[in-house]
Design a protein around this ligand. Structure first.
Ligand code: ADP
Ligand code: MG
Length: 251
């Protein structure tokens, strides 16, 4: 089985002394649907930023789609798409203009970039807001635009950092239809973080649990449920809560 993402001994301490990652090891299969779960502040977004080369790691070794980003940065950039949790969108640009611009950044011709922008607007149901400035979008539409921007260059690995925050139930359902289709039919590897555990339960097959910068569990979602509740069938949310409560017992 080939590996899309391999992470060995990844460490990150921020300049203010916060130790965000304390020796993380993880691997994600090519074509897999992987969920990184953990409480707020556990290190999920930091890990995504290091793996996608937005931030510099202190220590560790990364292989993304068979390449080391320290050696073949350009190749890694082409292979990945990232919908960050906190990326700012240029507030004065329209949805359509931003998507076209992103296509041009990735080397598409003007015609190709326009075509791709239109495809993504259709895919994410952004037609009603395609001429709106990003500053005037709802939170859910901003998240969908982030995902559309991440997909402009047809990456083989897609990072989604809390993608459905602010989406209404219909938008969320349509969003997951698009993402699961990309995963199942086009073989795109999905690396997801979410606090909506039912989303991870429904769509992902593998997971890791990160707490305070360390991996507590890595394996299948079924394996995690069985580890926490060996006797009964349980949801991922029930298993997660049981596990997390054992770490911080209520006094
Ligand atoms: P998560 O995404 O799991 O909520 P983060 O990766 O955002 O967690 O944060 C991990 C830890 O690093 C937290 O303690 C957070 O406060 C800290 N942190 C995140 N970004 C920075 C930063 N730019 N400077 C200093 N500390 C940071
Ligand atoms: Mg985060």
């Amino acid at each position: 089985m080939s590996t899309a993402i391999n992470i060995e001994s990844l460490f990150k301490t921020y300049p203010d002394g916060t130790q965000a990652l304390k020796g993380v090891n993880l691997s994600v299969e090519k074509g897999g649907f992987f969920a990184l779960l953990g409480p707020n502040g556990a290190g999920k977004s930091t890990l995504i930023k290091l793996v996608t080369t937005l931030y510099k790691k202190d220590e560790g070794h990364l292989m993304i789609d068979g390449s080391d980003p320290d050696i073949d940065f350009k190749r890694v950039q082409r292979a990945i798409g990232v919908a960050s949790q906190d990326n700012e969108l240029d507030p004065g640009e329209t949805v359509m203009a931003l998507l076209r611009f992103q296509g041009r950044l990735f080397g598409l011709s003007k015609t190709e970039a326009n075509k791709r922008a239109e495809e993504l607007i259709d895919l994410f149901d952004l037609q009603p807001v395609s001429d709106k400035r990003t500053a005037d979008l709802s939170g859910g539409n901003k998240r969908r635009l982030h995902c559309a921007l991440a997909l402009v260059h047809k990456p083989s690995i897609l990072f989604l950092d809390e993608p459905t925050v602010g989406m209404d139930p219909l938008a969320r359902s349509l969003f997951w239809e698009v993402i699961t289709r990309l995963n199942r039919e086009e073989g795109v590897t999905v690396f997801l973080t979410t606090q909506y555990l039912e989303e991870a339960d429904k769509h992902a097959s593998d997971m890791a649990l990160i707490v305070d910068g360390s991996i507590h569990f890595a394996g299948t979602i079924t394996g995690f449920k069985q580890l926490v509740h060996p006797q009964d069938a349980s949801s991922l949310e029930e298993s997660y809560l049981t596990y997390i409560k054992t770490l911080s017992p209520v006094c």
